[in-house]
Write a protein that binds this ligand. Structure first.
Ligand SMILES: Nc1ncnc2c1ncn2[C@@H]1O[C@H](COP(=O)(O)OP(=O)(O)OP(=O)(O)O)[C@@H](O)[C@H]1O
Length: 343
């Protein structure tokens, strides 16, 4: 499979098809500030997510990209209700997500799954993998032991693992197989919504495409809504329908992957894409190296948070937080006051 052009080995069209069903998970102006931690915070809260709107429809995959520390994982945890937002709301199937850990939240938990970057770190070395995949079923469903066993075997087969190995331990599996276990565990309760947080970045390159293909197949077959967090832009291009580009807790640009990757319009997106050898060479952007480091989320810049690294910045950019506005296409939006001039 090629993950660079949205087609698989058989030349089928990629997965980037439009979805017109109602959103399943909707974050509105969601914010997350963490209490100060460590000396660098100097008593100031860490603003990890700052007023983000995001939604994922049934069967849709939304990619979330951006540098390390831009708030991607925090957004994912907010959309699963694993974290209680310090501002805004997250609705799941029309209902505001209950407080994490509450009985109401536990009631919804079976409908959501998460796959982590490090499958080994999230598995207990001392328990059989079958027992661990079964945990969610025991906690979140009323299935009998026999039904749970049948579900486990079916899940193992579905993710490409031999059900004979339900009694084996994590160290007996390769990295790719462990991520298949992580996927089986996330999907065992038959969720509607899956957050995949850098699910292939810890794997050997040779294994990554297999796991991406598995996620793509599962998403299609199970009609999953997926939030796919990744540094890997070609994989996002292949797997996702829409993408949001985050920087320092805010959305810089969003839209259908085809539009955003073909016509990146925010200076930050352009820099991010220019560093990625992925697109057809005719459209390749001149490599742009951003000066400096991202500012601390304990003291984000006023106005546009990207302005301190933006070569197009002007004094006005320090005054106003640029709203996301339509640019070039109905669903393609950019948060840059100067987008018209620089594109
Ligand atoms: N529990 C926490 N307490 C304090 N700060 C946190 C906490 N979790 C995340 N942060 C901070 O919030 C910011 C956003 O982190 P987050 O992990 O969401 O970013 P990310 O884009 O997913 O990064 P990465 O790609 O490295 O995983 C970072 O500055 C991080 O240090």
């Amino acid at each position: 499979m090629s993950v660079s052009d949205g087609r698989d080995a058989a030349g089928r069209e990629g997965l980037n098809r439009p979805h017109d069903t109602a959103p399943l998970v909707v974050a509105e102006a969601v914010e997350m500030s963490f209490a100060p931690r460590g000396i660098l915070a100097r008593g100031r809260p860490v603003r990890a997510v700052a007023g983000v709107d995001a939604s994922v429809a049934r069967g849709e995959a939304l990619g979330v990209v951006g540098e390390s520390g831009s708030g991607k994982s925090t957004l994912g945890r907010l959309m699963l209700g694993l974290l209680a937002a310090t501002g805004g709301t997250v609705r799941f199937d029309g209902t505001p997500l209950p407080r994490p850990g509450s009985a109401a939240w536990r009631g919804l938990r079976a409908r959501m799954g998460i796959v982590f970057q490090d499958p080994f770190g999230s598995l207990d070395a001392r328990r059989s993998v079958g027992a661990q995949v079964e945990d969610g079923l025991a906690i979140h469903t009323t299935l009998s032991a026999a039904e749970r066993r049948a579900r486990l075997e079916a899940m193992f087969l579905r993710v490409g693992l031999d059900p004979e190995r339900l009694g084996a331990y994590p160290h007996e599996f390769s990295g790719g197989q462990r991520q298949r276990l992580g996927i089986a565990r996330a999907l065992a309760t038959n969720p509607d919504f899956l957050v995949a947080d850098e699910p292939v970045s810890a794997l050997d390159v040779s294994i990554q495409a297999q796991v991406v293909r598995l996620l793509a197949d599962l998403r299609r077959d199970l009609g999953l809504a997926m939030l796919f967090i990744s540094h890997d832009l070609p994989v996002v291009r292949h797997l996702c329908d829409r993408v949001i580009v985050m920087y320092l807790g805010r959305v810089m640009e969003e839209g259908p992957v085809a539009d955003v990757f073909a016509r990146p319009s925010h200076p930050y997106t352009r820099a991010l894409l220019s560093a990625t050898p992925m697109l057809d060479p005719a459209r390749r952007l001149t490599r742009e190296i951003l000066p400096g480091e991202p500012p601390s989320p304990t003291a984000p810049p006023s106005g546009c948070v990207f302005r301190t690294r933006c070569r197009h910045a002007q004094p006005a950019c320090a005054e106003e937080v640029p709203p996301l506005r339509e640019f070039g296409g109905v669903a393609h939006r950019v948060a840059c006051l100067r987008a018209d001039e620089i594109n």
